[in-house]
Design a protein around this ligand. Structure first.
Ligand code: ADP
Length: 488
């Protein structure tokens, strides 16, 4: 099968969060299974070019209609970890993708609407006729709209579209001018069963367009599929998802065990596996040395992730002092585009900067993330909502016991040591229900208590987690089944 991924991110060169890992891991799995996979993404100035091999201009004459003119684009080709990637570079005075960051601009909707039109135009002009176009999140949601409203009539009738919702919290809300800019007729699309937003008068909702126009819609865990269809976590999408429920499915993300695996991880101090779990301790020592933490019989609890309100920022802030009071060490690696959150964490960092049991690293650091997963005893994911969450899945593989809230993919992957309706050998972490300090503390207390008082049971939890298979093997097959279903 020939599959084209249209995506705003792909690890390792352009990564903001889990979406990048998912596109990378899924594409690799599909390629290993004998499918032809190509990735189309914007050519950002802030990509890690050291992670792209053989970058060359492969298509220099792409002219993309945009508003009342044609924009000249170059398309580059390069290999990213063995994957074929095309990078679109528009030559436009507005510098859509040369802004030093991936997202966070006033005109994000226009930037990515343009990208969708350019990606479709590139496929059309270069005669690519994939069986499946797989789009990811609102940034690429206009691709199926363009396919069925425009390119199908120009002869691209073959491809079918799978659209994955990685996070319904970001929907791409904008004005109708965005449609006109990319050559679509707002008149036909501005209805409630198409792109018109259900709640914001006169606004278009790009994600909604992706849902309506795709042949199949997936989200990144079964629990999240339920939550967005039937609860407030749908964030206004419940009605349209209900209308299209026959083509909605939840496929739990995997992780790439070629990248996230303590047995072969080049970024950690010492490799280890279930049979050599004692070597995890060398990584704990290395992490302490790296972050200037003191030695001692204390567990290390960590957080790695975007510092977004979704991630439970207030609970994370509370955990720092709580941990230190309970004789734990606390490590945080995270960054935030939100000014007030950034300030709160910088203040906390200043307050605990000299504390021998605490380190807050504010920024993005791929290599340090690996060492934190390997060197910590527990990893915290207290999200208010979590479509899938990769940090807890990575934690499990590294024998780092997750402490999570009972939501989305966290609920599908972590099973409470004390209360899960599962046999003991399948329990792998700590789960709390209520999004508040009592809920959080109930789980932290049990986890820290277990580490201190019953280390042998804690070790069993670690091993149970390491035994789980959250590779791309199952989800890879699941996606192929979906592709075959819509292709038929
Ligand atoms: P989300 O997609 O909501 O950001 P996920 O848990 O699905 O959250 O994925 C987060 C991914 O990004 C993980 O691979 C995690 O290790 C990585 N990550 C997040 N923040 C950072 C950071 N500051 N430095 C390094 N890696 C990070």
């Amino acid at each position: 099968m020939f599959i084209v991924m249209i995506t705003p991110e792909c690890a390792p060169a352009a990564k903001v969060g889990g979406l990048a890992d998912v596109v990378h891991g899924l594409s690799k799995e599909l390629a290993i299974r004998g499918n032809a996979v190509e990735i189309i993404m914007p050519k950002y100035d802030c990509m890690r070019y050291d992670r792209i091999w053989g970058l060359t201009k492969s298509y220099a004459d792409l002219w993309v209609p945009f508003y009342s003119r044609w924009v000249h684009c170059d398309v580059y080709f390069g290999w990213m970890d063995g994957l074929k990637c095309f990078f679109i570079e528009p030559h436009l005075d507005r510098n859509f993708f040369n802004r030093g960051v991936f997202y966070g601009h006033q005109d994000d909707a226009e930037r990515f609407a343009f990208f969708c039109r350019a990606a479709m135009e590139f496929m059309f002009k270069s005669n690519k006729r994939p069986d499946i176009i797989h789009c990811h999140d609102w940034q690429t949601a206009l691709a199926p709209v363009l396919l069925y409203e425009m390119y199908q009539h120009l002869g691209m009738s073959h491809p079918r579209v799978c659209f994955t919702l990685h996070n319904v919290g970001h929907q791409g809300i904008s004005g109708e001018y965005v449609l006109r800019e990319v050559g679509l007729n707002p008149g036909a699309l501005m209805t409630y069963d198409r792109l018109l937003d259900d709640y914001r008068r006169g606004a278009i909702n790009l994600m909604k367009g992706g849902i309506v126009y795709s042949n199949f819609v997936t989200t990144v865990s079964p629990r999240y599929a339920q939550e967005i269809s039937y609860t407030h976590l749908g964030m206004g999408m419940q009605r349209i998802l209900g209308m299209h429920c026959q083509k909605l499915g939840g496929v739990l993300n995997g992780i790439d065990y070629g990248v996230w695996n303590p047995e072969i991880d080049a970024h950690i101090a010492k490799s280890y596996g279930i049979a050599s779990l004692h070597d995890k301790y060398a990584n704990k020592e290395a992490l302490r040395r790296h972050l200037w933490l003191r030695d001692g019989m204390k567990p290390i609890l960590s957080f790695v992730g975007r510092l977004d309100p979704q991630k439970g920022v207030d609970l994370i802030l509370h955990t720092v002092a709580y941990c230190l009071e309970r004789g734990c060490q606390f490590v945080l690696l995270g960054s935030s585009p939100h000014g007030h959150i950034n300030t709160a964490f910088w203040n906390l960092k200043r307050r605990f900067n000299d504390h021998p049991d605490c380190h807050l690293e504010l920024g993005y650091n791929e290599e340090l993330a690996h060492l934190i997963y390997a060197g910590s005893d527990m990893i915290l994911v207290p999200s208010e909502y979590e479509p899938c969450g990769l940090t807890q899945i990575i934690g499990l593989k590294y024998g780092t016991v997750p402490i999570v809230r009972n939501t989305g993919g966290l609920a599908d992957t972590v099973f409470d040591a004390n209360y899960a309706p599962k046999p003991y050998h399948e329990r792998n972490g700590y789960v709390f229900n209520d999004y508040n300090l009592q809920g959080l503390e109930s789980a932290l207390e049990r986890a820290i208590g277990m580490w201190n008082i019953y280390p042998q049971y804690f070790r069993e939890l670690m091993v149970n987690g390491m035994r789980c298979d959250y590779s791309w093997n199952h989800p890879g097959q699941h996606y192929l089944n979906i592709y075959n279903y819509i292709k038929a």
